[in-house]
Design a protein around this ligand. Sequence first.
Ligand code: GTP
Ligand code: MG
Length: 257
Amino acid sequence: MSRKKSQKSRGSGGSSSSSSPAASSLPPKDGGKSCSPDSQVPLDGVVVPGRPSLSNSAEFYDLAFKVMLVGDSGVGKTCLLVRFKDGAFLAGSFISTVGIDFRNKVLNVDGVKVKLQIWDTAGQERFRSVTHAYYRDAHALLLLYDVTNKTSFDNIKAWLTEIHEYAQQDVVVMLLGNKVDSAHERVVKKEEGEKLAKEYGVPFMETSAKTGLNVDLAFMAIGKELKHRSMKIPNEPKFKLHEYVKKEVKGSGCCKS
Ligand SMILES: Nc1nc2c(ncn2[C@@H]2O[C@H](COP(=O)(O)OP(=O)(O)OP(=O)(O)O)[C@@H](O)[C@H]2O)c(=O)[nH]1
Ligand SMILES: [Mg+2]
């Protein structure tokens, strides 16, 4: 996707807990076990050289960014987040997310502590107006479809239209084809995902929240891109997100791609 307009409210005061609708009014999907909100902190995306890392009680960080998970209901957004945060897979019956929820994770990106505040949105249509309010402050969006569900793939164009409408012009977008472990149920080829991503100019990878394939990579790639955008270090080579993803991505090892 081509995004040419300049940043609007990045840098100091880009987004803060007070500018987002309260998430606490929404019940956590699993009784608070896996998705209870961490405490909120300002997300300014700015590092001050030489000062100690900021503290959010137990967590220290230099930069903070807001990342949103979006896509149809059932594509695996919550499972992807739980896999990334806790290294576990939420097996068992599918409990759809209600409204929106978030979790924090601090990544070490080239020696800089980058805190990602990751917002897990509900894919169900009836929550769409709730989630629209959160796009405005997002620095990055992970847009998911399910490789075993053609409708979720066909709906990606509509999601991208929605992103253009509600998100910042320079938001980082990455397309993820999830559930590649389900090789026998696959109905969307890897090449189709690649083609669509190319059409919109966004990086793409296939993931599995079940096995963990490429999950950490997806968030690390986002963290690196946001860190490099935020910190201009003299003589540092420009970070190229597409190239990084191409180099680091792992295949599903499946013949049916
Ligand atoms: N095989 C497989 N199943 C998955 C994977 N990710 C999620 N699932 C299953 O897909 C179902 C839906 O997963 P969720 O993560 O709850 O989906 P969601 O996108 O958060 O759905 P909403 O909250 O309704 O928007 C659950 O039954 C998961 O166990 C995956 O990578 N592989
Ligand atoms: Mg969910």
